[in-house]
Ligand binder design. Structure first.
Ligand code: FAQ
Length: 322
């Protein structure tokens, strides 16, 4: 019996065979992967900005070294992800253009400000914690290059989360003022972190198809719940509180119940009206403009090398002969 290309494609996915760049794939699969991977890459790169804000003001050399390493890791994640997206037939310049023109999204979380040092701990513990919860299942996503990139990303994110927790741990055992800073940062980052997982399942247009294609392994709400369950336990060790009066262990479901998320705020931020959207985009565009000379110099250097290599070659050198 003859089956269509689309059916063969779905069969491969159902059998857990990875889809590779040169394999046949439905255009919608290619398109949704370019959308998700490029937005993920943009998030890593824009995500360097809130933390970069504190590199020069880190409270000690040790904290500065840790933060520098973390921010560099995020740049690396962006590069692996841009490379994975390029295998689907989009150029890096096109992806940057989509970011700079506002056509491509990046994670809502990076549109919030880092007001004090405790925010750096909260980003590591909560933002990287949410990122890992979402990204560990992506190591098994159906598209090979994305899945392989995520393996290394997740190893590094796990170090990021631990350093964030340790940073808050020190503050939570410090002076009254340090304890207050720690609680204040947790209060400000908690709800935006829950929003990172995306809209509720019944308002998420992409989830159903993405689950069938095994791009996503869990729905937005399922991952959000896992995150709440993890953090509700970890925060006990810090002796701090999550800013949610409705947070309560539910014996019947064996999960924590939690309060209502402000979805209006989420969509406002996604649509460009969050506290730092304009500043973040302006910083990225500025980096692109200021980097023009580097791109030109690198291209000229590559072209010069190419000429040198081809002029060094004599026809005899490449005659493999009979
Ligand atoms: N922010 O139908 P769904 C990190 C958009 S990396 C902005 O549910 P989908 C590392 C969504 O794009 C963090 N937009 O969409 C780090 C779609 O719009 P579109 C990034 C959002 O794709 C840590 C629309 O809403 N991680 O943190 C958001 O099935 C510390 C409808 O949504 C990834 O990108 C949002 N939060 O599920 C770096 C992971 N949520 O495109 C520095 C990979 C949803 O149709 C420091 N991505 N939207 O116009 C994913 O897993 C998925 O794309 C979701 C969204 C779960 C984000």
């Amino acid at each position: 019996m003859q089956i269509s290309l689309e059916e063969q494609f779905q069969q491969k996915i159902d059998q857990e065979i990875k889809i590779e760049p040169k394999d046949w794939m439905p255009e919608k699969y290619r398109h949704t992967l370019i959308r998700q991977i490029s937005q993920h890459a943009h998030s890593e790169v824009v995500g360097m900005l809130p933390e970069g804000n504190w590199i020069t003001r880190a409270p000690s050399l040790k904290r500065k070294a840790i933060l520098l390493a973390k921010v560099q890791d995020e740049a690396g994640h962006g590069l692996y992800l841009y490379s994975a997206a390029e295998t689907l037939g989009i150029s890096r310049d096109e992806m940057y253009e989509q970011l700079h023109s506002g056509r491509a999204k990046y994670s809502s979380i990076f549109n919030y400000p880092t007001l004090n040092w405790a925010d750096i701990g909260a980003i590591g513990w909560l933002v990287d914690g949410a990122a890992i919860m979402n990204q560990v299942p992506l190591c098994r996503t159906s598209f090979g290059p994305y899945a392989r990139a995520m393996v290394r990303v997740c190893k590094e994110e796990s170090f990021h989360q631990r350093q964030g927790f340790e940073c808050l741990w020190v503050l939570s055992k410090g002076t009254e003022e340090q304890k207050k800073m720690c609680q204040d940062a947790i209060n400000r980052w908690w709800w935006p972190c829950l929003m990172m997982f995306g809209p509720k399942d019944d308002e998420s247009p992409n989830t159903m198809q993405n689950m069938q294609w095994k791009i996503k392994r869990f729905t937005n709400d399922a991952l959000r719940q896992k995150f709440v369950d993890m953090i509700a336990e970890q925060i006990k060790l810090l002796g701090m509180k999550l800013p949610d009066p409705d947070l309560k262990w539910n014996e019947a479901t064996a999960h924590y119940d939690y309060g209502k998320i402000n979805w209006d705020e989420f969509w406002q931020v996604v649509q460009g009206n969050g506290p730092c959207n304009k500043e973040r985009l302006a910083a990225r565009k500025n980096a692109w403009d200021e980097g023009a000379w580097v791109r030109e110099a690198a291209t000229a250097h590559a072209e010069k090398n190419q000429i040198k290599i081809s002029s060094m070659l004599h026809p005899n050198d490449i005659n493999l002969g009979s």
